[in-house]
Design a binder for this molecule. Sequence first.
Ligand SMILES: Nc1ncnc2c1ncn2[C@@H]1O[C@H](COP(=O)(O)OP(=O)(O)OP(=O)(O)O)[C@@H](O)[C@H]1O
Length: 446
Amino acid sequence: MSSEPGVIVVEGLSKAYQVYATPRARLQQFVMPRLRRLLGLAPRDYFRDFHALRDISLRVGRGETVGVIGRNGSGKSTLLQLICGTLTPSAGRVAVQGRVAALLELGSGFNPEFSGRENVFLNAALLGLSRREIEARYDEIVRFADIGEFIDQPVKTYSSGMVVRLAFSVAIHVGPDVLVVDEALSVGDTAFQQKCLQRIRRMQDEGVSILLVTHSTNTLIEYCDRGVYLRRGRLVMDGPCREVVKAYGDDLLAEEGAIGVIVAAEPEPGPPSPSPSPSVATPADTAPPAPPAQEARAVLQIERVALLGPDGRPAAALRSGDVLEVELELQVFEPVAEPCFGVQISSTDGIVLWSATTQQLACALPPLGPGRQVFRWRLQAAFSGNRYVLALGAGEIVGGEYKRRHRLDYAGHFDVMPEPRSGSGWLAPRPEFLAAGASAEAGHGG
Ligand SMILES: Nc1ncnc2c1ncn2[C@@H]1O[C@H](COP(=O)(O)OP(=O)(O)OP(=O)(O)O)[C@@H](O)[C@H]1O
């Protein structure tokens, strides 16, 4: 690690949780060691250590914004909590300079019995502001949170969005040196998220150091100076955002499996089924999931996807311009009068490159009866050398509009091999560069 000073310095940080196999083991751990000691026997443990974080070192400099990315359970929240001091490390050290404002677990800093107003004063005081300082900022805090009359109601009556609005507003108005945000923004509505991100930009300009956990690779690339990638409690990469996003995307795709793997997805609600049940994740070549329970039926469900190359065989790599077929097997639970299918192609960092529905493409499809059916999207891979991620949807036209009943956010991916003497990126506009000749007028000086 470099010897540069940091506003946040983390060195050799580890956190182990004690995990009990059963509630009984927890009770045994409470009682038995004392008993064994009384009996003169050597104590033994009834738990095992689970390492949520292992040997993490990183620095965040003044005015720097660092984004932390990783799959669920990779240790992101644990890292943030250790940095904020709400958890104690099992090994290593954390040093943070200045006032730290944190948005950790939703509303974790609020007392639910107190009103919003009382919580503002309580929170800001805990962050070191005097009563006079809080009074001077109070109106601005309330204006930014924009939760109306709720400010005088107990926080336990707030929606999760309101809690985030107030918590974020307090955090940004206490004049922090360090802002730590754990995915909290994803709870707010889009307009509020934008307002927060604009404020984050302003804080960056003011030299606040920011540590941000995000699942959005776009937010990482757009707002962070550096990315930190955690995988199963270990820091596997600390570097430029695009490289971190690429490594994360590669791992994600590798772990989800090769072509034809279906990830779990929620069928979307639709009449006549009252409440849909989640589908089961199944690799393409294993048995399909059992149909949803009778009382919680979905209209239809995509159960298998395969990506086929120009020869009709499963393919993971294509040449630019090849024809690609995306085969999907559908389980239809209820008759569908006007079926409709959607397809979306994205980059590995989640940017939608193209999407379409059969309705947009004016493909009139016959009604579907209950049972299994197989369909194919035929597409041309008119793309540059890169990796592409597919999402699929299926549903029906109701009142002239596409109502999606099931979506697979990840329905597979494919690589288009880079061609010699071509550009890079996503599009393949088949460029040529021509010398079109000098204009006669210019040549004669007008
Ligand atoms: N109190 C606890 N006792 C035991 N294990 C825990 C405890 N808190 C967290 N863990 C485990 O530690 C690991 C890391 O959890 P953490 O919440 O830090 O991950 P994360 O990357 O923030 O996940 P997510 O993206 O889902 O929020 C997980 O496997 C989690 O189950």
